[in-house]
Design a protein around this ligand. Structure first.
Ligand code: TNX
Length: 678
């Protein structure tokens, strides 16, 4: 029988991996089964199976029948059959993994992106069928859910977020487009930004007419309104948009564009008003969206499109999560290895193929020139961009690229909740500060927002417990007993507790010292420090030059606001767009914070129960697009839309003006990112 020891791509479609999850029941533990089917005409020998998933990774202590775990990092695993194993043509190799640390909840938690790695170094991507579960069937869902305009819509105007003051009447013959008449250079800039935005988002619709030619004339005026406020006055010939700022004028045009698109697509149900006014301004100043470009890479073209989408939702902050364990995505002149090593994953590379990547080198990063272009685009769209470099935790990729940032004496450390060992920058190792200060300098030069978000989340409790330098620093800061206690944590390196949740832990003390020092550096540059809620731990932030993003739950955010921290709320339960839309296996997405459909996300009111004093510290709302489950763009569309618009409306529209019924009727008109509908 001929045997395949190494393979060409022609075999790719004939070898496939199926996986099946059986949840635990009263009489038996859970089991995750892999079946590798050899549909080729030759036997397979001398191979191992690489794949990413299950989402939380395979517990190194899990019992595995039929194979051994050769290597594993976070959600990537390499499993090999017994020595000398031959998988004949037509045969299936079965592996059963007993008892994972975290149960699988949704199909996207299962194995994705599998390949074979042969002993001679060759690799073969194979077909990976979507993971199945015992006891539930039904088609696996991808693509954005469709929301249709009802026969009798609750309103006649298509606008999201809904304006705060609206007094319009009647309907005019629907114009074929908007004929924009800028006078000043500022108005010309707004018109150029708007024209480019609709060209990208609605390429076939011709919404902006260069001449009158059936278009409704729109003129501009300046009026002393709030920074993002606008007014639209409808008159018999057209409309006048008034505002004090470029952003206000742009938002006025967005509202007009939305009204017009609705009327063009739903004649007889939605209209363009004949007369009256819309006087609108946002309820909250910070209406943000965050994107994790580390777990999945998004090209600068995709980021540009996303920014236009955000502006169409009147969102005004883009929190760009540029580094994490799985990748470093921004060019730093002083440390080229960050991107030459840290931006790429593949079999045999320092960063293996996580989260659905294939075996060949894949990834990417943003050059400084690209960042400048995106920042400039943001400015034309009223969007301030906040870069995040996540430190001291979530630094596995950076540490692989720059091993000199590790304490050379460190023997072991902590494992993060995502399964990365020793992924934290060491607060007691001086080169770490030179590194981070250089990164701060280079990024502040690129981002006029002058905000540096330093992460600070999820430092594992046992981080640095095997670093002599860190233990020595801890002894200086908190005494010998604290250092000894911390050293003893080495026994619990896989416990998934976090530094800040255990009051007075050595990790928390070290982390606070680190965050405090970096924060002071950022402040010395005249810039603001952003951080996830954990950055508040140890009370080392100067409240005048910092803000937090609250994520674990809304109660923690309210408490931090009560302590005087400016805060942007992004409670995982409702605003984390990686959470699935529903409880079922057929929905893709994560589940640590539960699930949230568009209705739950929309109806959630973050301000409920906040005192006047707390509200004074509420900067606004933000959705977070964590991309772990988004191994393909159709999952992105399903998870992000329309929930992103639900958060946008909560940020803009006063609570009393919100209506789920109206939102559900209109949200199907909002653009999506990749055009994948369910
Ligand atoms: C927690 S939120 C994280 C991220 C994950 C996310 C997934 C936060 C500050 N840390 O690293 O991607 O959960 O939902």
């Amino acid at each position: 029988m001929p045997a395949i020891r190494s393979a060409g791509p022609h075999l790719m479609n004939t070898i496939s991996l199926e996986t099946l999850w059986t949840p635990a029941s009263e009489d038996r533990p859970s089991v995750y089964e892999l079946s590798l089917r050899n549909g080729a005409s030759e036997a397979l020998v001398d191979f191992a199976l690489g794949f990413s998933g299950p989402a939380a990774g395979i517990d190194p202590h899990a019992e595995i029948d039929g194979g051994t775990l050769r290597s594993r990092l976070s959600n990537w695993s390499l499993i090999a059959p017994p020595d000398g194993y031959v998988l004949p043509p037509g045969g299936t190799w079965r592996v059963a993994i007993r008892s994972l640390t975290h149960p699988l909840r949704h199909w996207s938690d299962g194995a994705r992106g599998a390949y074979l790695a042969f002993a001679d170094g060759r690799m073969l991507p194979i077909v990976t069928t979507p993971p199945n579960v015992v006891g539930e069937d039904g088609a696996l869902l991808t693509g954005a859910a469709r929301f249709l305009l009802p026969e009798a819509p609750p309103v006649e105007l298509s606008i999201i977020p809904w304006p705060n003051h609206l007094a319009v009447d009647g309907a005019r013959a629907t114009p074929s487009g908007l004929s924009l008449k800028p006078m000043s250079t500022e108005e010309q800039r707004v018109v150029a930004a708007f024209t480019e935005m609709v060209r990208e988002l609605f390429p076939d619709e011709g919404l902006v007419h260069p001449t009158d030619n059936g278009g409704m004339p729109v003129t501009f005026s300046s009026k002393p309104l709030g920074p993002e406020a606008y007014e639209i006055a409808f008159n018999p010939t057209g409309a006048i948009v008034s505002a004090a700022s470029q952003a206000g004028h742009l938002y006025g045009l967005v509202t007009l564009g939305q009204i017009l698109r609705g009327a063009l697509q739903h004649p007889g149900k939605l209209v363009v008003p004949a007369s009256g006014t819309i006087a609108d301004s946002p309820a909250l100043a910070w209406r943000g969206a965050h994107l994790d470009v580390a777990r999945q890479f998004y090209s600068s073209g995709e980021i540009s499109r996303l920014l236009k989408l955000l502006a169409w939702n009147k969102m005004n902050r883009f929190h760009w999560h540029l580094s994490d364990d799985e990748a470093w995505r921004v060019e730093i002149d002083a440390y080229p290895a960050l991107t030459s090593v840290g931006a790429w994953r593949g079999h045999g590379l320092p960063l293996p193929p996580f989260l659905g990547s294939g075996p060949s080198r894949a990834g990417g990063y943003y050059s400084k020139a690209e960042i400048r272009e995106i920042v400039a685009l943001g400015q034309t769209l009223g969007i301030e961009i906040v870069p995040e470099i996540d430190i001291p935790g979530h630094c596995y990729a950076a540490l692989e690229a720059l091993p000199e940032l590790r304490d050379p004496g460190e023997t072991h450390g902590g494992e993060s909740v995502q399964g990365f060992l020793d992924n934290c920058l060491n607060p007691a190792h001086e080169p770490v500060y030179r590194f981070i200060e250089t990164v701060v300098d280079e990024l502040l030069e690129l981002f006029p927002s002058r905000i540096f978000h330093l992460g600070a989340d999820e430092v594992p409790l046992s981080a640095w417990s095997g670093s002599p330098k860190a233990l020595e620093l801890l002894e200086r800061l908190a005494g010998k007993e604290a250092a000894d206690r911390h050293r003893a944590l080495a026994d619990s390196i896989t416990s998934h507790e976090f530094a800040d949740q255990i009051g007075g832990s050595g990790t928390a003390i070290l982390q606070a010292q680190f965050i405090g020092r970096v924060h002071r550096y950022i402040a010395s540059k005249g810039a603001t420090t952003g951080g996830w809620e954990e950055a508040a731990h140890g009370d080392i932030l100067d409240r005048r030059t910092s803000y937090l993003v609250g994520w674990r739950d809304i109660e923690i955010s309210a408490a931090l606001a009560g302590e005087g921290h400016d805060i942007v709320v992004s409670p995982g339960q409702r605003y984390y767009l990686d959470m699935a839309n529903g409880p079922g296996w057929s929905e893709p997405g994560a589940g640590w914070a539960g699930w949230s459909g568009p209705e739950e996300t929309y109806r959630f009111e973050p301000r409920d129960g906040w005192s006047e004093m707390q509200l004074q510290h509420l900067l606004g709302v933000q959705t977070c697009i964590w991309s772990e489950p988004m191994a393909d763009r159709a999952i992105f569309d399903r998870l992000v839309f329309p929930r992103i618009s639900a958060v946008a409306e909560t940020g803009w529209t006063a609570p009393g003006n919100k209506s789920w019924k109206r939102f559900a009727a209109l949200c199907g008109l909002m653009p999506i990112m990749y055009g994948h509908w369910a």
